[in-house]
Design a binder for this molecule. Structure first.
Ligand code: HEC
Length: 139
């Protein structure tokens, strides 16, 4: 069974590369989501928070959430700036609940989780600035 599964992943990787910035076709997103469902952050604390709060939506095509490692989708979102992405994560955006429903996640935790989801780092300055803007908000 290992060989066919590997073939599907290679196919997905090649098709994703080929379609550049466009949203990937449904079958490619499904293959990406299958792969994403097997991945966890290296850090044990972040991994626990991710499994508790983020994984259900962010490896599920029908949730409307950008999938873990879905480069074209994350690139679009980061075009608004890393500060906006982190701020939206804390406040919630459309079907995404505030703090991704991780109420004990700090801004730093969320930045680490965003790095895992998107492959992009958020600078310590941005984390500090966004945390200050959102301090004192009800959770
Ligand atoms: C209930 C489902 C759900 C959960 C749980 C969830 N998300 Fe999301 N997330 C979404 C959806 C849906 C979107 C896309 C929202 C939109 O733009 O319409 C999203 C978008 C995002 C974005 C992009 C924000 C932007 O500016 O475009 C980030 C970053 C993110 N989620 C991080 C997380 C993290 C980190 C967790 C866990 C702590 C998490 N999410 C948990 C559903 C979820």
């Amino acid at each position: 069974m290992i060989k066919p599964a590997f073939g599907v992943l290679v196919f997905a990787a090649v098709s994703l590369a080929a379609c550049d910035n466009a949203t990937a076709p449904a079958e490619d997103r499904a293959a990406l989501a299958m792969k994403a469902a097997t991945m966890l952050p290296d850090d044990a604390d972040l991994s626990a928070k991710y499994e508790r709060s983020c994984i259900a939506c962010h490896v599920t095509v029908d949730s409307g959430a950008p999938i873990v490692g879905e480069q074209a989708e994350w690139q679009k979102r980061f075009q608004a700036g890393e500060k906006t992405v982190l701020s939206n994560t804390i406040s919630g955006i459309r079907a995404m609940p505030p703090r991704g429903s991780c109420l004990d996640c700090t801004a730093d935790d969320l930045a680490g989780l965003i790095t895992f989801l998107s492959g992009r780092t958020i600078s310590a300055e941005t984390v500090a600035a966004v945390a200050a803007e959102h301090s004192g908000e009800p959770e």
